[in-house]
Design a protein around this ligand. Structure first.
Ligand SMILES: C[S@@+](CC[C@H](N)C(=O)[O-])C[C@H]1O[C@@H](n2cnc3c(N)ncnc32)[C@H](O)[C@@H]1O
Length: 275
């Protein structure tokens, strides 16, 4: 256990969790020994995974900024992760000082530490511990109803989270449900791990680390990830590009050649407008 880590009562620290493994990859301090061990096992099979995590975080921040620049002032961040530098509210408040953000994550440690970091300073920022597989509970939650006005467009952020949702839980149906709840003019930013064109041995070792974690890993192909955007207006990922999915490092990049990396190629992403 990391020395000063405060944890909620009853937190299961016998199993690694996606939020804490990701925190380790981003060199944060909110993880336990079991998470560090799991992360090190992934790093042995996929040495570029830290770069992958950073490229995803960069996509999250660039896409949230892009959405805010389109005039959107309220954000629902599903699978928000442990607080890190450049949280969603910090990024979008550079564009709109009064932007409202609701963070949602099913790891209770995220709620505890997000609240601690936010304190009373961050007005109009909500944090709830909930599972995105239960959209009724999230969309009907008092905090979401307080901060997200259904009459206004919303920035819906689902970055690096749906790979923890099995096909049996209908991840595509879940995205459709959230999109229909936020309505026209809203934007969806979504990234997802892929096993396309990856060495099967590395993919298998990566997946196996999550077999005994709090959530399991479900890689998806580009075609399966593209289906999350069915019926939406996918935006060009960078200047001069056609509307399409791309690798996380390339989205919003000024120099796409420089931004390309092996780590970034583990994640497809896009931003789309809800017509
Ligand atoms: C890899 S992190 C990504 C964090 C952040 N979205 C980002 O892109 O930087 C995945 C997060 O999704 C959360 N998560 C996984 N399954 C979830 C679920 N069913 N409901 C809500 N959150 C979930 C994990 O707890 C973790 O914090």
């Amino acid at each position: 256990m990391t020395k000063a880590l405060r944890q909620p009562d009853g937190l299961d620290v016998t199993k690694p969790s996606p939020a804490r493994i990701y925190d380790y990859m981003l060199r944060g301090t909110h993880h336990c020994d079991v998470d560090a061990d799991a992360a090190e096992r992934i790093l042995r099979s996929v040495p570029e995974i830290r770069d992958c995590a950073w490229s995803n975080r960069g996509f999250h921040q660039r896409s949230a900024t892009w959405i805010a620049k389109r005039g959107i002032r309220q954000f629902l961040d599903l699978g928000s992760g442990l607080p890190t530098v450049g949280n969603t509210h910090e990024v979008v408040r550079k564009i709109h000082r009064d932007a409202r953000v609701v963070y949602v994550d099913n790891d209770p440690l995220v709620e505890l530490h997000s609240r601690e970091i936010l304190g009373s300073a961050a007005r109009q920022v909500g944090v709830i511990c909930a599972d995105l597989r239960d959209p009724d509970a999230i969309l009907g939650h008092p905090v979401v109803r307080e901060f997200i006005d259904p009459a206004e467009p919303t920035g819906l952020l689902m970055t690096a989270v749906l790979m923890f949702v099995a096909d049996e839980s209908d991840p595509h149906g879940l995205v459709r449900r959230y999109v229909s709840a936020v309505g026209p003019g809203s934007c969806l930013a979504l990234s997802h791990l892929t096993d396309d064109a990856k060495p099967p041995v590395a993919v298998d070792a990566f997946r196996r680390v999550f077999d005994h974690a709090t959530e399991q890993m479900h890689f998806r192909s580009k075609a399966e990830i593209a289906r999350f955007f069915d019926g939406l207006d996918v935006q060009p990922p960078y200047k001069g590009a056609q509307p399409a999915l791309t690798y996380s490092g390339l989205w919003g990049a000024e120099d796409v050649q420089l931004a390309d990396s092996d780590g970034s190629r583990w994640l497809y992403c896009a931003v789309a407008r809800v017509p």
